[in-house]
Design a protein around this ligand. Structure first.
Ligand code: PLP
Length: 458
């Protein structure tokens, strides 16, 4: 093992160097992938020296999500202390289902959950768990809401047409989960939004009333704290009023921007969170931990237990339910996702997490200021968002983003709202500085100039 740790360390050095020297790895066309890299699995293994060469090639050609040129998705960068925690959890290789097997790691997970519950403003009756990503956190919320509506579903399955509500611009996992949980995609109602992508509570109420009069059984509303494209925040207060009126479970999907619970400056964006029944947050997005680190908390501890516990005498042999976390989780064997966020939180404190979140908004403002001061750009996103959506000189966003990627210049994606397509730059890497944001625009503009020169020459 010592040799492998030494090799690991050497490969990490390669990676860190590559992130600086070649921040956007040269993309390998899919048709060339198996020719360029030695990926085949054969009867006999290869000697260590060859394995090392192959691994180094893989290191060089794997996309660099921690580099200063990565603006593609809702994660990025690498925060040392969080990565340290994740690496340690791999070495421990515990499974989080029982105290017997995970020991203090259970206490670590419970401590993170307790603090998140407190920040959400939840009552003492709250609890939660770590799910394998935000999509699965949303599914757990949906299952709790379904079971809360009808005590017998867990035993007998669905017997009525149940309907759920989410905004037209919410994450696709809501529809997918409706299919997975037996609710059915056709029972998902997409609520209209205003021009900023925020759900309209009035339209929500209308849709619910219409469904009730048509014999459906509404049970669940999903509000989003940071929509995936624009980064919009649904107004929890007004949506909660509608939910209370009709006795519906309110989940707040904070996978993207739930991290604002840490910020005195931005927590107003999730005002009313304490009125929700459940809340999820991806620490691997705003809080900068490695993938994946998704947390779901609920004010209804008994419901979490009711929906997810199962007796198993081959598994639960010591200690009480409160410390055997398998009684409230989606999976059986479960990787330790808590240690990375705990290590980070422990080392920089709640105030450090606040600084991480605030920094992202600060970088977003720098980007918006740059765009607003330059006539060649059109801005489509709004203040208080770390998604900066824009177009440059009316160049189709999909073409521009793909060319930047294929030329190894920038990793950035595109999105759509109201049929308008645009570049979506995400300032979620809290290690970036103003010069990095300005370098992004300089690279983009340089690319366009170069392309025009090439076109004129040919
Ligand atoms: C990213 C995202 C999710 C899904 O999270 P995964 O961890 O990728 O499964 C859900 N909801 C929103 C709003 C997101 O941005």
């Amino acid at each position: 093992m010592q040799n492998d740790i030494a090799l690991f360390s050497e490969l990490c050095d390669e990676l860190l160097k590559a992130e600086l020297n070649e921040p956007v790895a040269k993309p390998i066309p899919t048709s060339e992938l198996y020719n360029e890299l030695n990926l085949s699995l054969d009867t006999n293994g290869i000697v260590d020296e060859d394995l090392k060469i192959t691994l180094k090639q893989i290191v060089r050609s794997t996309p660099k999500t921690a580099s200063k040129s990565f603006f593609n998705q809702l994660f990025g960068g690498r925060i040392g202390k969080a990565t340290l925690g994740d690496l340690l959890s791999v070495m421990f290789n515990n499974s989080m289902y029982t105290y017997k097997v995970a020991g203090p790691q259970v206490g670590i997970e419970k401590q993170v959950l307790k603090n998140i519950c407190a920040l959400a403003g939840y009552s003492s009756n709250c609890d939660g768990t770590f799910a394998p990503g935000g999509s699965m956190s949303n599914m757990m919320a949906l299952i709790m809401a379904r079971d809360a509506k009808s005590e017998s579903i867990r035993a007998n399955g669905l017997s009525s047409k149940m309907t759920l509500y989410t905004s037209a611009v919410s994450h696709y996992s809501i529809s997918k989960n409706a299919a997975l949980t037996g609710i059915g995609r056709n029972q998902v109602r997409h609520v209209n939004t205003n021009n900023k992508g925020e759900m309209l509570a009035g339209h929500l109420d209308e849709l619910i009333q219409e469904d009730i009069s048509n014999g459906y059984q509404p049970f669940f509303v999903n509000a989003t704290a940071g929509t995936t494209v624009l980064g919009a925040f649904d107004d929890i207060g007004s949506i909660s009023n509608v939910c209370k009126k009709h006795d519906l479970w309110l989940h707040v999907d904070g996978a993207y921007c739930g991290g604002v619970i840490f910020s005195k400056t931005y927590r107003h964006l999730i005002k009313g969170l304490e009125l929700s029944d459940s809340f999820s947050i991806n620490a691997h997005k705003m809080l900068g931990t490695p993938l994946s680190c998704s947390i779901i908390v609920t004010q209804h501890k008994a419901q979490l237990y009711h929906s997810f516990s199962n007796e198993a005498d081959y598994l639960y042999q010591t200690h009480g339910d409160d410390f055997n976390l398998g009684k409230t989780s989606l999976q059986c064997g479960r990787r330790n996702d808590a240690l990375k966020i705990w290590t980070l939180w422990k080392s920089i404190g709640t105030i450090g997490l606040e600084q991480i979140v605030d920094k992202q908004f600060k970088m977003a403002q720098i980007a918006r200021d740059y765009i607003n001061q330059n006539d060649n750009y059109t801005l489509y996103s709004f203040d208080d968002s770390i998604s900066i959506c824009f177009n440059y000189k009316d160049i189709p966003a999909s073409e521009l983003c793909t060319a930047l990627y294929e030329n190894s210049e920038l990793m950035v994606g595109f999105g759509k709202f109201n049929n308008q397509e645009f570049v979506r730059m995400v300032t979620i890497n809290s290690l970036l500085e103003e010069k990095d944001i300005l370098a992004f625009f300089a690279t983009l503009e340089g690319h366009v100039v170069e392309k025009m020169l090439n076109m004129n020459a040919s």
